[in-house]
Design a protein around this ligand. Sequence first.
Ligand SMILES: [Zn+2]
Ligand SMILES: [Zn+2]
Length: 274
Amino acid sequence: MFSDYHTHTLYSNHGKGHPREMAAFAVEKGLLALGFSEHFPLPQEIVEPSQGSANMHWDQIDQYTKEVREAQEEFEGKIKILLGYEVDYLPAVDGQMRANLAKYPADYWVGSIHIVDRFRSDHESWLVDFSPEVFEEGMAEFGGPRAVYTRYYELIREFAQKYDHRIVGHLDMIKKFNLNKRYFDTDSEDYLSQVEATLDVLKATGKIVEINTAGAFKYIGEIYPSDKILQMILHRRLPVCLSSDAHQPDHVAREFSSTWQRLVKMGFEEVTGL
Ligand SMILES: [Zn+2]
Ligand SMILES: [Zn+2]
């Protein structure tokens, strides 16, 4: 029996489905628990990416929490429903972010890096998962791929040390557009040393690393994190959970059975629940 703690609804502004529709599908799939992790709104002080962000707008958050709490009541006894957020780490507006989070208590958070500082001469937040073109543009400005992945993993470490999110989202998402290792070698000692340092921090801070099946349906066509990183996780005995990152009801728990079978073959024995 699985649980899925990383899902989005129509409130992500590119997803479909109300919380109760997602919950109904999760019950049909026989899940133990379903967590909603809508993108927490960005602080107003931040320079929004011009591509538009996936984050909820401030005028949507009350309706989102209301609908999740309603689904919690409606499906009580059938499935455990949790209210969560997928939270970004933005060092430049850290104080504001913390103040905002304190105003919206949740059952848990998923901590994910989507924004790596700024680009376009410091004028805009750089969404590293938006498109290959935006990724290339930012990378050129940032000083190349090595500087980018180094900063990306550094942000994950800082985030883990400073915030108490339970789950770390799509750990190696920085590879999203790195098809056929076109920008950087994810098997190189340098790249893996960044991953290693990050896993050590995640272990020390008691985080759960999600194994996110959505990557398999994205540009890179491979789950997050990669098999190589999964082996490192296994070696360190870091707690893991399965996540779909669904953006519509019928994607909840997508590919969980087949992924879990594969993970068991690798040596994984259990998933950690909330
Ligand atoms: Zn995400
Ligand atoms: Zn997500």
